[in-house]
Design a protein around this ligand. Structure first.
Ligand code: IPM
Ligand code: MN
Length: 364
């Protein structure tokens, strides 16, 4: 299969973890006889400084012409970010416009920890039990992130307002993605909401319940998001299956999930749109550890696997990558974020980790 991929390396640790993902792309390319045409383009805070825009026009054309996009994390240290005008900062000036441009409404964020790796988690092994295997499906282009924002007035009592709109269509399409996924994998759905306070949550549940009628074989229960945050720590495995959330609740819970796994370095993600999708890790650009060859490239490489599986019809390739990633840990190797200092773990650099994933793929 031939695929054109736009490569947006991003900021901070972005370029070094993207480099490892490219190594993995190359080995998959030769093992499965694919052709990946890689088109690099600037994106993020670095692009603002070098091109005058965090999402330059030429990057938009590269992305428009690509079959899919690989994007590293964006953002620099606070002191540098403060020198950029608000609307040109990489979140508001690049990331949200990228999501909007390709309407990437369904964000898959798997939360996986097999029981052999329970020691990665700050939770007790007994809590991890037989392992965690959840996919959080987060709505990504609606709600408070994209609602009108106002600040004012210039004189008198100041205020700020973020609106949180959701339409039937916006909720329905992501709910359908969750139900289809649950049906395919024979798993249950936990639908999260804050309907005891928010009108958008009451409406969200109404639409989810309506979609559920079309899937009598899928079990779906709804749970208040604050309770879900508590339950996730007390007994995460009870949610094994799909968790469905709106945009902002999903943002918060997926970081919490990374904490449960022991590191955001274990949080890959893919953002799926009707025509185009992009892979991005759920974590930030960690400028404090950039260029030290110590970042964990798992999330970036795992995001490529998700893109293959969910968007490019390359399920076998995705499994191959996922197995190769876990194989590294099962052999007792970790990156620095997962090294507990016990002296029992063998620490790998970013590039050594990528090399080992490549070896595992070659040998599988
Ligand atoms: C994420 C990030 C983004 C979000 C930020 C960088 C705008 O935290 O992808 O989870 O809030 O969606
Ligand atoms: Mn986030």
């Amino acid at each position: 299969m031939k695929k054109v991929l736009a490569i947006l390396e991003g900021d901070g640790i972005g370029p070094e973890i993207v480099r490892e993902a490219i190594k993995v792309l190359k080995v998959i390319e030769s093992k499965y006889n694919h052709e990946f045409v890689l088109k690099y383009a600037p994106f993020g805070a670095g692009a603002y400084f070098s091109e005058g825009s965090p999402f330059p026009e030429k990057t938009k054309s590269v992305c428009d012409e690509a079959d899919a996009i690989l994007k590293g994390p964006i953002g620099l240290a606070v002191s540098e970010m403060n020198t950029i005008p608000k609307e040109s900062r990489p979140e508001l000036g690049a990331l949200l416009p990228l999501r909007k441009r390709y309407d990437t409404f369904a964000n898959y964020r798997p939360v996986r920890l097999p029981k052999e790796l329970a020691s990665f988690s700050p939770l007790k092994e007994s809590i991890i039990g037989d392992g965690i295997d959840i996919i959080i499906i987060r709505e990504l282009v609606g709600g408070i992130y994209f609602g009108d924002k106002t600040e004012g007035p210039s004189t008198g009592m100041k205020y700020a307002k973020d609106e949180c709109p959701y339409t039937d269509e916006q909720i329905r399409r992501v709910a359908i993605v969750a139900f289809e996924e649950a049906k395919k994998s024979n798993s249950k759905i936990t639908n999260l909401h804050k309907s005891n306070v928010l009108a958008t949550s009451r409406f969200w549940n109404e639409v989810v319940d309506d979609v559920a009628k079309g899937y009598p074989e899928v079990s779906c229960t709804s749970l208040l998001v604050d309770n879900a945050a508590f339950q996730l720590v007390i007994n995460p495995a009870q949610f094994n299956g799909i968790m469905l959330t709106e945009n902002m609740q999903g943002d918060i819970l997926t970081d919490q999930a990374g904490g449960i796994l022991g590191t955001l370095g274990l949080m890959p993600s893919v953002c799926v749109g009707p025509k185009k999708s992009y892979a991005e890790p759920a974590h930030g650009s960690a400028p404090d550890i950039a260029n030290k060859n110590i970042a964990n490239p798992y999330s970036m490489i795992g995001s490529v696997a998700l893109l293959f599986d969910k968007c490019l019809g390359m399920g076998d390739e995705a499994k191959d990558i996922d197995n190769a990633l876990f194989e590294v840990f099962k052999k007792g190797f970790v990156t620095r974020d997962l090294n507990d200092g016990s002296g029992k773990k063998k620490e790998l650099s970013t590039s050594e980790f990528g090399d080992m994933v490549v070896e595992n793929i070659k040998n599988s």
